[in-house]
Design a protein around this ligand. Structure first.
Ligand code: HEM
Length: 429
């Protein structure tokens, strides 16, 4: 006998609405549903049917044991429409071949060659900060992350094009964010067509310029162009995938981390002491990145509280069986990284910022309860890159500035990533 998957109606629905209102975010509702209904429940809205899974068993199921019966690609979904044949929205052999072709550019050995670009890009953005004039770290960190991504992986200076393409990037991100399109795919998406045209024009021009003058091909764009199996369209799909997946996540991680440090000035002061003791006033070096345990813990804890990718989304290609429930073929299956990383069964005081949970002597998290970079064979290809990048940027900022968080209410907004909205305003001295 199979059980019927619980739906949040009646009391759980009301409690969830209350929590959603308090937190100004749907995430609060998801935690209530988990508490009231358990690790599997339906999310049924007009035009949108999904099953949400929560917890380590569910994560293991989606990421490892059941992954052969799940698909990443969803025809008609905005992410697939935007990224076309990008590695993120392919399955099976097509996916594996693309991933293999991109791996070398993100391999740990390449990271040391990226560190200089990381601190130089941070310096470039910090040069625009003035003592006494608050800055929005959500914007500033996006600038840094874009400069780094394009410089390291595409070997191109994005600074002359940043302002011109800024709105197009935001519109593109908005296109793939949860929103009313979930209820009707026919609703107009104002501004998106123009934004996509601008992004495509930029990326295709980049590919053509580089084809004409390939030079050394050790960066991602060079590698893709040198691959005889790639045409310009397939290269464009990978570039856009990396541009989106590789900068918006780092933007969220860095802005949330600065927000948390602003809320905990004592931890920020200790992190600065660590940076001064290990790096001093000189530019950060790759080897030093292994000697910043407090910064590591701060980043790990920020990723736990505010995972930039807060859920994973798949399509059931077969009837699936999980915990006695049957999930029918064609169902959208979601797994919640955010709720899993705040389960009181596995995390003491789950809502508190406690970097020491990740100290070397502390007990390791239970497997599949900590998933900021996903897991299994399709975990994040840029995880090592993102961690080094975050440390270099934060170290560079702490070396040069004293930051104060301005008292403005921030909530977790479900965009393409989980963002601190309306922004993280800080005084910089
Ligand atoms: C803080 C930064 C980052 C976080 C938190 C993050 C998180 C994740 C997560 C959770 C997944 C798996 C999603 C799922 O299971 O549905 C993923 C996949 C992916 N990430 Fe990241 N990511 C980050 C940075 C990056 C960077 C810097 C890049 C590229 C330069 C990147 C490229 C990708 C790609 C291409 C995939 C799909 C991999 C595949 O399907 O084989 N990410 N990321």
């Amino acid at each position: 006998m199979t059980l019927s998957i619980p739906s949040p109606t009646g009391l759980p629905g009301l409690l969830a609405l209350r929590q959603m209102w308090r937190e100004r975010s749907v995430l609060g509702a998801l935690r209530v549903f988990y508490r009231e209904l358990g690790p599997i429940f339906r999310l049924t809205l007009p035009g949108f049917n999904a099953v949400m899974l929560v917890g380590p068993e569910a994560a293991r199921f989606v990421l490892v044991s059941g992954r052969g019966d799940l698909r990443w690609r969803m025809e008609g979904d905005p992410v697939t429409a935007l990224l076309r044949h990008g590695v993120l929205v392919e399955d099976g052999e097509r996916h594996d071949t693309l991933r293999r072709s991109m791996n070398p550019a993100l391999h740990k050995q390449m990271l040391q060659t990226y560190v200089e670009s990381m601190w130089r890009s941070t310096d470039h953005v910090m040069a625009g900060w003035k003592a006494g004039t608050p800055v929005d770290m959500l914007v500033e960190m996006r600038r840094v992350a874009l400069l780094i991504l394009l410089d390291t992986l595409f070997k191109v200076d994005f600074s002359p094009d940043m302002d011109r393409l800024w709105q197009a990037i935001l519109k593109t991100l908005n296109y793939i964010s949860p929103g009313v399109w979930m209820f009707s795919k026919r609703l107009p998406r104002p501004g998106y067509t123009d934004a996509l045209r601008q992004m495509d024009a930029y990326l295709y021009a980049l590919i053509q310029r580089r084809r004409a003058n390939l030079g050394e091909a050790t960066d991602l764009l060079g590698m893709l162009i040198s691959d005889p199996n790639m045409d310009d369209h397939l290269i464009r799909d990978q570039l856009l995938t990396m541009l989106i997946a590789g900068h918006d996540t780092s933007t969220a991680l860095l802005s949330w981390t600065l927000y948390l440090l602003g809320q905990h000035p004592d931890v920020m002061a200790k992190a600065r002491e660590e940076v001064q003791a290990v790096i001093g006033d000189q530019p950060p070096q790759f080897e030093q990145m292994h000697s910043l345990p407090l910064l590591d813990q701060i980043i790990d804890e920020s990723l736990r509280l505010y995972p930039p990718i807060h859920l994973g989304s798949r399509l059931a290609a077969q009837d699936l069986s999980f915990n006695g429930y049957t999930i029918p073929t064609g169902t959208r299956v979601l797994y919640s990284i955010y709720v899993t990383q705040r389960m009181p069964e596995y995390w003491d005081a789950p809502d508190e910022f406690r970097p020491e949970r990740f100290a070397s002597g502390a007990p390791k998290p239970v497997p599949y309860t900590y998933l900021p970079f996903g897991g299994g064979p399709r975990n994040c290809i840029g995880a090592a890159y993102a961690q080094v990048e975050a440390k270099v940027i934060l170290a560079r900022i702490l070396q040069q500035h004293r930051l104060t968080l301005l008292p403005r209410r921030v909530h977790a907004h479900m965009g393409a990533t989980l963002e601190p909205r309306p922004g993280v305003w800080m005084g910089v001295d």
